[in-house]
Design a protein around this ligand. Structure first.
Ligand code: FO1
Length: 324
């Protein structure tokens, strides 16, 4: 089955977290027929702040798929204003985590709906419909799972490590608090069951992808899926394009290389996409490999990479069908 044209309606599932994940998700949405894409999003970064439920990775995907994102920061809204943040600061409130005025409106509504008893899946679906997004966006689970960063300076909740401490404390390990009690939502289960292709977006393997795979049953479903599973490297030329993935690899005693990502996720993958800057490593990838430009600077470059990933997926799908 071809999974590259807009004429058919394939079911593509993307696993995403962070800015790189949201960028490829936007490219996939642009490359596919409306309704073909489901993005399963990391919620390990979520926390409570100013009494509100904050879901940074879900919101980054929402804003990117609605083309409302701030392209400079990668997170938050375009044309943002910061009046409330300044006033909260005036009254002695915390200002290290910057919630803009427009972004605040989404946080107020989400928190209100969650307090009314809606699940996070229902809340995100309401928001994406209101934003006119044709793709399905699913939190990895409805229960709270919180990434706790074990550092040489002690344990830090994720946003305290990431934003407040700017990822400075050296990483020792990570845990996903609450993952043991999380469950696969019917929506995530159905999406994975019916997937024609599973794409691991170029997201940090430790703090964006691992929390998703920590939801009991999810890794097993990906592993047993008959759909090709492809990851796009978040490491280009030894560096993460954004975020602390390369620094984390070094602190964990690994080399900051796409091959480290392959080692880390290899058991759930069939194919791996490397940037041209890392072409010399392609032969060392133990999976099917595609070398192409993976740096996404605007919508055309996101869509072009998405099309290449979809075409790569189609070749893997064909090669897994036994010949008559
Ligand atoms: N990242 C920052 O580096 N500084 C911030 O003040 C900040 C605020 C923020 C507010 C809402 C939101 O949805 C995301 C925000 N982010 C901020 C991004 C976020 O911390 C990270 O991108 C993710 O958690 C990592 O994937």
């Amino acid at each position: 089955m071809a999974i590259t044209t807009k004429a058919t309606k394939p079911k593509i599932v993307a696993l995403a977290g962070g800015v790189g994940g949201a960028k490829l998700a936007a490219g996939l949405q642009a490359a596919l027929p409306p309704g073909s894409l489901t993005v399963i999003v990391n919620t390990g970064d979520d926390f409570e702040h100013w009494g509100l439920n904050i879901c940074p990775d879900l919101d980054t995907v929402l804003y990117n798929l609605a083309d409302m994102h701030n392209p400079e920061m990668g997170w938050g809204r375009r044309d943002e204003r910061w009046t409330v943040l300044d006033e909260v600061e005036r009254f002695g409130g915390e200002n290290w985590f910057r919630i803009g005025d427009r972004d605040l409106a989404l946080h107020l509504r989400r928190t209100e709906w969650l307090r009314m008893g809606l699940s996070l899946t229902e809340v995100i679906d309401r928001l994406r419909r209101m934003l006119g997004i044709p793709s399905t966006i699913l939190p990895m689970c409805n229960e709270p799972v919180r990434t706790l960063v074990h550092t040489e300076e002690g344990d830090l909740p994720f946003q305290h490590y990431f934003v407040r401490r700017r990822c400075e404390p050296a990483l020792i390990d990570l845990s996903f608090v609450g993952a043991d009690s999380a469950t696969l939502s019917p929506e995530v289960r159905k999406a994975l069951q019916s997937a024609d292709l599973i794409v691991f977006c170029p997201s940090n393997p430790y703090v964006s992808i691992d929390p998703i795979l920590s939801v009991p049953g999810l890794r097993g479903m990906v592993r047993q899926s008959s759909a090709p599973r492809i990851a796009v490297s978040p490491i280009v030329g030894g560096q993460a394009l954004k975020g602390p993935a390369a620094k984390m690899m070094r602190e964990l005693g690994e080399v900051s290389s796409p091959l480290t990502v392959v080692d880390h996720l290899g058991d759930v993958l069939d194919g791996f996409v490397l940037d041209r800057a890392d072409a010399v490593l392609a032969d060392a990838v133990i999976l099917h490999a595609l070398v192409t430009g993976t740096v996404m600077t605007d919508l055309p470059s996101k869509e072009r990479l998405a099309q290449e990933v979809l075409a790569f997926g189609a070749t893997l799908r064909q090669s897994s069908i036994p010949a008559d």
